[in-house]
Design a binder for this molecule. Structure first.
Ligand SMILES: Nc1ncnc2c1ncn2[C@@H]1O[C@H](COP(=O)(O)OP(=O)(O)O)[C@@H](O)[C@H]1O
Ligand SMILES: [Mg+2]
Length: 402
């Protein structure tokens, strides 16, 4: 048994066994370690705690009663968790279980990109490991991702069931139900004749997302993501502070809604299981006006893929796993189905609005993808978007009636 207090982090570490043989000693050590400490209530780290008997629970109870708020106890093993549960201690303390460790060595990789790798654990589960190499993922971001996935699933949106947050090779990951299915991109590469059917399904799923309400504040305000994209471009000195301000105001003029916004709706985030499309990668989801999803998707399906095809680098097409022609053709099916009209004039107007708004995201994605470009070249590309956008944005407002 060991008791140690780190005043720097405010963490009290308990390890070994606490039972009738050493309960008195543990109690004494805790008060010695904490003598003179008067900061925030300590966090108890139970990483090495193997067992707590009833005598040990009495010591913990006494300790908890010294504070007016509930103490956090982290890294609790399953055995100790069970003890807390049957004795009601999980109401006295804020108990967080230890993360399971999963070894991904030798597991088959089934997907992933710049910031994550997806491994198949067994026929029923996969693990998405968040790699901090290109982007910092804090534990709370990953727990948020898991929470979003859970909410989505519980609101009857077809998605992979999320299980626990785990540790894998020094990174955090989330275990999900394994969906034994290919992505929409993968299916269309092999079976291009399914374009019409799957695009219509994608449009209907998008509409379902945009009509599914969540309690206000369940997810972040979806305007957060475009704001963040504008910030990225501004920080890289690719747009002026006036342009940044105008874009922020434009985003803020989009009214709030409590409906779902995926923020990354494209054919590589859709799995085709039999007749059904299943939505994955919901970590950036928010709540807001549908125009936000529409302009983000337009960037993927039409603008960015088209540009990457014309440039000849085919970068964005590779990310989405489909040719620019196929993606554009899919979009041309999605749009009338989504809006429930085949009136060409109306659709042209809608597409113009969506396309104008998409400049916000396109600039940021182009910056992220332009590893080889010099600042001057990049600035020229961004100007190519920003100059016409400056004109259109003064009168721009979301499509009415959606
Ligand atoms: N639950 C799942 N079942 C089967 N395959 C999955 C599942 N989740 C992800 N994948 C595969 O891994 C890929 C990447 O997953 P995704 O969550 O989109 O990660 P990223 O954030 O890197 O885009 C998907 O395109 C899909 O091929
Ligand atoms: Mg994805």
């Amino acid at each position: 048994m060991n008791v140690k207090f780190d005043a720097g982090t405010g963490t009290l570490t308990l390890s070994g066994r606490i039972d009738s043989n050493n309960a008195g000693e543990v109690e004494k050590k805790i008060s010695e370690e904490l003598s003179g400490f008067s900061g925030e209530p300590p966090v108890i780290d139970a990483e090495g705690l193997e067992y707590v008997s009833s005598a040990g629970l009495r010591v913990l109870l006494k300790f908890c009663k010294m504070f007016s708020t509930k103490l956090n106890i982290i890294n609790v093993s399953n055995d100790v968790y069970d003890i807390f549960e049957v004795t009601g201690f999980n109401e006295l303390l804020k108990v967080r279980k230890k993360f399971r460790e999963i070894s991904v060595d030798g597991l088959p990789v089934i997907g992933g990109g710049i910031s994550s790798i997806v491994y198949r654990i067994d026929p029923d589960t996969i693990i998405k490991v968040f790699n901090n190499a290109h982007r910092v993922y804090t534990l709370s971001m990953i727990e948020d991702d898991q929470r979003i996935s859970r909410e989505v699933f519980l609101h009857d949106i077809p998605t992979a069931i999320p299980f626990d947050v785990v540790k894998a090779g020094g990174f955090y990951g989330i275990v999900y139900e394994m969906i034994d299915a290919d992505t929409m991109s993968g299916v269309l590469r092999k079976n291009p004749e399914r374009l019409n059917e799957l695009s219509i399904k994608a449009a209907r799923l998008l509409k379902k997302l945009h009509t599914t309400e969540f309690d206000e504040g369940t997810f972040t305000d979806a305007r957060f993501y475009p704001h963040k994209m504008a910030e990225v471009v501004y920080k890289r000195e690719l747009i002026s502070s006036e342009d940044k301000k105008a874009i922020d105001e434009l985003i803020d003029r989009i009214p709030y809604r409590n409906t779902f916004i995926h923020s990354d709706f494209h054919p590589n985030n859709l799995l085709v299981k039999g007749d059904e499309l299943i939505l994955i990668d919901v970590g950036e989801a928010g709540q807001g006006h549908p125009i936000i999803d529409l302009f983000i998707s337009y960037g993927h399906f039409v603008y960015l893929s088209g540009l990457s095809s014309r440039n000849g680098d085919h970068f964005h097409e590779r990310i989405l796993g489909l040719s620019a022609e196929m993606l554009h053709a899919s979009w041309d099916i999605i749009l009338p189905e989504y809006f429930g009209t085949s009136d060409r004039e109306l659709l042209r107007n809608y597409e113009k609005i969506i396309s104008d708004y998409s400049s916000i995201i396109n600039m940021a994605v182009l910056r992220a993808n332009a590893a080889g470009l010099s600042q001057d070249e990049l600035k020229k590309t961004i100007d190519g978007i920003m100059i016409p956008f400056r004109e259109s944005m003064t009168t721009l407002k979301p499509i009415e009636g959606i």
